[in-house]
Design a protein around this ligand. Structure first.
Ligand code: ATP
Ligand code: MG
Ligand code: MG
Length: 366
């Protein structure tokens, strides 16, 4: 059998490990957190990401992938050349840094929101006007779930946001008047085979993903646009592995790329229960150079995230269990406000039934 190394041991590693096992693939996870979700279903190398002994174990795997973008680049540099590393350090360095990411998207011919870098006090003057007068200031690194970004509508607000974010390197993006948010994953093997996943529609609440739905209710031709953009990134960046792109759709139907992640993505979790190959299996397959195919779900499906609430209110698990087509996925994490604790997938025989059940499911999840 094959062994896959994974940098990071969060819920994405948990679900990658669960998808790998039936393919005959064992997983080794390098992750310092003793309580990390993947500890229960993969061999857990409990050490810092840069630990030489841990990295030596990963170097003995058939391939190494990642589930977490904030792995230090030194860890990837230590593995490069010793084991197939997918994605590699150069790709991660781009995707984990918003300014580099946007430059590299533009170089690949993929449109984004207007943006400027704000890296020093002197960059503030004129920045907001340059992106359209209303925008979001985002830290270039370490932001996720809407953390590390603030909406700004005036120069005074921009200045306050720059202070509040700690005067670290940022990008200022123009606010996009999108009609919907979409995502799509692309996988590419080292041999150059490329395949795309389904087009998924996403809604957010307080900067955190709330629901994902397949099929996306987007105009005809949108999937082709998303695939074209994702493929362009995969080819231009020399992707080996799987990458997910987030898009804004404008009123005229055009797509702007928001950001990309070189891995499975929260919006793709619905592929676990839609009847097709899941995004997790797709990443395992892409990284190990196995056949890819298209991993679109076979049935309409959706996902609702279970996120810790300030009052600690739990979902109505009995109600969720009684709703047809639901399946619960928990991450074995201690509850904390704003923390992703699990998700509920939903499947239905047709789009109308999916919409009805999704409305009911959302009422059961605070
Ligand atoms: P993730 O958890 O997806 O990595 P993140 O913290 O990196 O999140 P973004 O994806 O940049 O954050 O933004 C989170 C959400 O905020 C977006 O999905 C979108 O709903 C909203 N948003 C971000 N940038 C813009 C923008 N330029 N215009 C309008 N809305 C935006
Ligand atoms: Mg992000
Ligand atoms: Mg995002």
């Amino acid at each position: 059998g094959l062994t896959l190394g994974i940098l990071g041991g969060g819920q994405l590693a948990q679900m990658l490990a669960l998808a790998a096992l039936p393919l005959g693939v064992r997983t080794l996870v390098l992750e310092p957190d003793p309580q990390a979700p993947a500890r229960l279903c993969a061999e857990h190398l409990r050490a810092p990401y840069t630990d030489p002994a841990g990295l030596a174990r990963l170097a003995g795997c058939d391939a190494v992938t990642l589930e977490f973008e904030n792995v230090p680049l030194e860890a990837l540099a230590a593995l490069e050349g010793r084991v197939p590393l997918r994605p590699g350090g150069a790709l991660l360095a781009r995707s984990k840094h918003r300014a580099r990411e946007k430059e590299a998207l533009r170089a690949a011919g993929v449109a984004t929101a207007p943006w400027v870098t704000v890296e020093a006090e002197g960059d503030l003057a004129g920045a907001l006007a340059a992106v359209g007068g209303e925008g979001l200031l985002k830290t270039s690194e370490l932001g996720y779930d809407g953390k590390g970004q603030l909406r700004v509508g005036s120069d005074a607000e921009l200045r306050a946001a720059w202070d509040a974010l700690g005067r670290v390197p940022c990008v200022l993006e123009g606010r996009v008047p999108f009609v919907r948010e979409l995502s799509l994953a692309v996988a590419r093997t080292a041999a150059g085979a490329v395949a795309c996943g389904p087009l998924i529609e996403n809604t957010h609440r307080s900067g955190i993903l709330r629901t994902s739905v397949f099929p996306a209710a987007a105009p005809e031709g949108t999937q082709a646009l998303a695939r074209e953009a994702a493929r362009a990134v995969a080819e231009a960046w020399g992707l080996e592995g799987l990458l997910t792109a987030e898009f804004f759709q404008l009123p005229g139907g055009e797509l702007l790329a928001n950001e990309v992640a070189p891995r499975v993505h929260n919006s793709g979790h619905l592929t676990q229960d839609g009847g097709g190959v899941s995004q997790f299996e797709a990443q395992v397959r892409a990284v190990l150079g196995l056949d890819l195919g298209d991993w679109a779900p076979l049935l309409p499906c959706a996902m609702v995230n279970v996120v810790g609430t300030p009052d600690g209110r739990a979902p109505d698990w009995a109600g969720i269990g009684a709703l047809p087509g639901t399946r619960v996925h928990l991450y074995h994490k201690a509850p904390r406000p704003g923390r992703k604790l699990g998700h509920v997938n939903l499947v239905a025989p047709d789009v109308g039934t999916l919409r009805e059940r999704l409305t009911r499911l959302e009422e059961l999840i605070p």
